[in-house]
Structures are given as C-alpha cells and as structure tokens.
Design a protein around this ligand. Structure first.
Ligand code: NAD
Length: 493
C-alpha cells in the first residue's frame, strides 16, 4: 500500500479508500494507493501549518536548511535503483532515460536549491543620509504542490526542493496515474530527519484531493504543473482564498529547421525532442517546421529514423520508447490518428499499436506529414510519440507559423547562421528557446511558458521569487520631518 505521508508518518486515508496504480506495460495492478479526500488534505495542511507556525524549519539559518536538503539529494542517489524501479514500473518511461535523466536530476534539484538558499539574499535601497531601506525574503507559508504523471519524481522534486529551501512547508499531491515514486520522498524525509510536518504528501484524484488543497484557507501558494484546462480551473478555485499561483502548463512547441542547419544534428535533436519520455514531455518539439527546400530529403531521413526507434519493455536498457501511461491516454492519442486522416494529413510512419505488443499501452512512434498549421493535430497537444511536419518557405513564414498557436512553452531553432538562430529565437513567443540544441537545462535560468503554457517562472532565483515573501524595512537614520497633525500649526501636510 502506498500511503499518505503526514507529520513524518505514513498513514492511510481517514475515509479508508484506496485505488489501484497500473503498470502501463501490462495494465496489471502495481499497488494499492491511499485515496485522499478533503479530510486527509485538511490533516496534512494542519500538519504543515503547525510546522510553519511553531516548528523550527522556517526559522533555521539558510545554511542549516541547505545541509538537510543536500542530505536529501545524497539519499536520492543512495536509493536511486529503488526509485528508478518504481518510476519505470509506474510510468513506462524507458530505464535508460529514468536512470540517466530523471533520478540524478531529482537529486540535483535538491543540491542546486540547497546552494541557492544560501545565496539569495535581500536588497538594499539607501536614501542619502536619511534612510536605510532594505528588503528581506521571508518564507511565505504552506504551499500546495500539484504535479502531473509524465516525469513524476523529477517534477515533484523540482517543486519540493525550492519550496523547502525557501523555508516553507508543503503538501504535495502527486498525480493519480504515477504515485509510486513519491513515497520515496517520505522515506527519505524520515531518513534525513526532516522536522515533522515540513513535507506532507496526500495521494488521490484531482477533483477529490487536488481541489480541496487548492481551496484550503491554510494554504498560501499553489505551484501546479499539468494541463492548461486544469490550470484554469485551479485559478478559479483558488481565487476565493487569494492564492499565489505558479502555472506550468501544456505546450505544442515548434522545432524549426532551416536549410543551412547541420541536418544530421537537427535530425538527432528533432527525434529526441519528441520520442524521448514516450513523447509525454511538456517541452516536446511536436511540430516540426521544415524549410521547403530540404523538406523531401529531411522527411525521408526522418521517416527512417522514426521507424527505427526501438519500442519495448521499459526495463530493457535498449528500449527507446515504452508504453503510454494509461489506456485512457492511449485512446486519446489513437483518436488523433483518426482526426489527422479526417483532416487530410498523411500518417507516414506508425499511427497505432505495434503488432508485437498486443498488451499494455504501447503506441508506435508516429510521423504525420501533408499537414498544415491550422489542423487540430498541429494545434493541440497530443502528448505522445507523434510528430507533425509542416513546410515553410522563408524565415518570416517560419516565425509566423511558430507563433500561430495558443501555446508558448518552448521552441528549437536549427540554423548554421547563429545570427538567424538568435533573431528567430527572440521573435518566437515562447518562454524557452534553444538554438542548435535539444532541451539542455540550465537550472539557474527562468523556466516556464507564456500564452496558454503558463503563468510565472521557476528555476534559480525565480523559484525563490515565487516561494518567498518580500518584507521591506525602512530605518530612519536622522530626524526627518513628520507632519505635526493636532499641534495647532498650519503645516500639517
Ligand atoms: P492534469 O492537469 O490532468 O493533472 C495534473 C495534476 O493536477 C494531477 O495531480 C491531478 O490529479 C491534478 N488535478 C486535476 N484536476 C484538479 C483540480 N480540479 N484541482 C486540483 N488538482 C487537480 O495533467 P496530466 O495529464 O497529469 O499531465 C500532463 C500535462 O502536464 C500536459 O499538458 C503537459 O504539457 C503538462 N506538463 C507541463 C509541464 C511544464 O513544465 N509546463 C511539465 C510537465 C507536464
């Protein structure tokens, strides 16, 4: 049983409910999971509140908090094999990508934000001889952290680490389709001797566990990663209690390849950027904009590569593409194939279940051509191993197509002309742009999207901007004039 984690103890649901987490490779049950309701959320928020109001955590010197969080990072690495095993079983993401990517990155999230905690300070605003004004960052309170199923452990730690580094306490609500690896955060909190109530975890569904967390008056901050429509609903539900929100939402990011690019590297980047993580990646380059002059040649090479992406058991180290997360999601991705055909596009590669995998949620790596940018398959986030290719004539058209979308999370520009790379990159409406690179993260930079891809930025000091409260202190240095009301004078201005 995967239980909630409240006040440093694993506990069952107060109403006794549980649900099954499925193995996406077989759709057989992996584990029973405590099904949280408003009562469990309230219990967790109260624990977090006590830890914030009366516990040591917010008042510890930053260096002390950093020491504990570095220990957290070390323990993630010490338990890496077990965490990876749970994550692979629960998500179907290939072992190579979990072991080399997600788990070490989760540890890095802790060490990185531990270091940041000791570096982000306040600011001084001296007023010549009259005032010493300064602003300090304070922990804000209790944060609700709500995460999706695609790379659960990495995304949970991406929120928990800066939230705790800034001195807050939190209640994490992991996604219901991938709850297993979050239990390691509870185990590690016990092992690291984190003070009780600082990190709490409540499992359950969005409507029954997520929504009460968003509406809870004891919670000040909501950091949410998930779908755009869910983000809108959360904003509405949190309005009455005036929460501060960070929203990391969906995307349909363009990869733009110009004729002067290093086409071999561009091909590597384009393939990785949409078929890794089973295509379930928020920053997937799922719209490939190709200059018309290289279209035929590039698509021929691409089709060969896509057809050769190795689908298989996610535990097999050679597997490049595992099963999708859940049968419901498989059907959603499969439905887009009918949509593509109905719109007149061509499914050049894939488009269905691979015949050699009759069970589980396997989906072929898929390439859609003869598409244009206004088709639904080019506008909507499919969140699977599906790439849509669209031709363009020149730079102006590439930029126009890239921006003709409601999303604005990421973009990838490939060109041999760095000036053009930068120029195009800066004209694209996206929070994150890579020129001649796939998604190589720099944790110091602001991460997040514009348009319908999100509100706010996290990463580096930007995470601290979200998780801390500024308090400005004005200290008078001399005796500046105070208007003397009630003294009978005439200068009471
Ligand atoms: P989702 O929105 O369905 O669910 C995300 C989380 O929200 C889950 O924990 C869910 O239980 C919870 N939730 C659902 N309804 C809720 C409600 N009313 N109140 C509170 N919580 C609620 O998203 P998903 O399907 O799990 O994840 C896929 C989506 O996440 C994609 O759109 C993807 O692009 C996005 N994503 C974005 C980023 C980013 O950084 N921008 C990163 C990863 C994933």
């Amino acid at each position: 049983m995967i239980e909630h984690f409240i006040d440093n103890q694993f506990v069952t649901s107060l109403e006794g409910g549980s649900f099954e987490s499925l193995n996406p490779a077989t759709n057989r049950p992996l584990a029973q999971v405590a099904d949280g309701t408003a009562a469990d959320v309230d219990r967790a928020v109260q624990a977090a509140r006590r830890a914030f109001d009366a516990g040591p955590w917010p008042r510890l010197p930053a260096e002390e908090r950093a020491r504990l969080l570095r220990r957290f990072g070390e323990l993630i690495l010490a338990h890496a094999a077990g965490i990876a095993e749970d994550e692979i079983n629960d998500t179907g993401v290939p072992a190579a990508q979990v072991k080399v990517g997600a788990v070490p990155r989760a540890a890095e999230n802790f060490t990185f934000f531990a270091d940041m905690a000791t570096q982000v300070g306040g600011e001084q605003f001296p007023v010549e001889g009259k005032f010493s004004n300064y602003a300090v960052r304070k922990p804000t309170g209790v944060a609700g952290l709500i995460t999706p199923w695609n790379t659960p452990f990495m995304l949970e730690t991406w929120k928990v680490a800066p939230c705790l580094a800034a001195g807050n306490t939190c209640v994490l609500k992991p996604a219901e389709w991938s709850p297993l690896s979050a239990a390691w955060l509870g185990r590690i909190a016990q092992e690291a001797e984190l003070p009780a109530g600082v990190l709490n975890i409540v499992h359950g569904f969005g409507e029954t566990a997520g929504a009460p967390l968003v509406a809870h008056p004891g919670v000040q901050l909501i950091s949410f990663t998930g779908e755009t429509t869910t983000g809108s609903e959360i904003l509405r539900n949190g309005a009455a209690t005036l929460k501060r929100f960070s929203m990391e939402l969906g995307g349909k990011s363009p990869t733009i390849v110009f004729e002067d690019a290093d086409l071999e590297r561009a091909l590597d980047g384009a393939v990785w950027q949409v078929y890794s993580l089973n295509g379930e990646r928020c920053t997937a380059g799922s719209r490939l904009l190709l200059q018309a002059s290289i279209y035929d040649r590039f698509v021929a090479d691409l089709a060969g590569r896509v057809g050769a992406v190795r689908v298989g058991d996610p535990h097999d180290p050679a597997t490049e593409l595992g099963p999708l997360i859940h049968p419901d999601h498989w059907r959603r991705v499969r439905n887009y194939m009918d949509t593509a055909r109905a719109e007149g596009a061509e499914i050049l590669v894939g488009g269905d279940r691979p015949p050699e995998f009759p069970q589980g949620n396997y989906f072929q790596p898929t390439l859609i051509t003869r598409a244009h940018n206004r088709m639904r398959v080019a506008q909507e986030e499919i969140f699977g191993p599906v790439l849509v290719v669209i031709p363009f004539q020149d730079e102006a058209e590439a930029v126009a197509l890239a921006n003709d979308i409601r999303y604005g999370l990421a973009a990838y520009v490939w060109s041999g002309d760095l000036d053009r790379g930068r120029r195009v990159g800066e004209r694209i409406e996206a929070g994150l742009v890579w020129v001649n690179s796939h998604n190589v993260r720099d944790l110091r930079t602001p991460f997040g999207g514009c348009k319908m891809s999100g509100i706010g930025r996290e990463g580096g000091k930007y995470s601290f901007d979200f998780y801390t409260e500024w308090s400005t202190v004005h200290v008078a240095l001399g005796e500046h004039r105070i208007p003397p009301l009630g003294k009978g004078g005439t200068d009471g201005r």
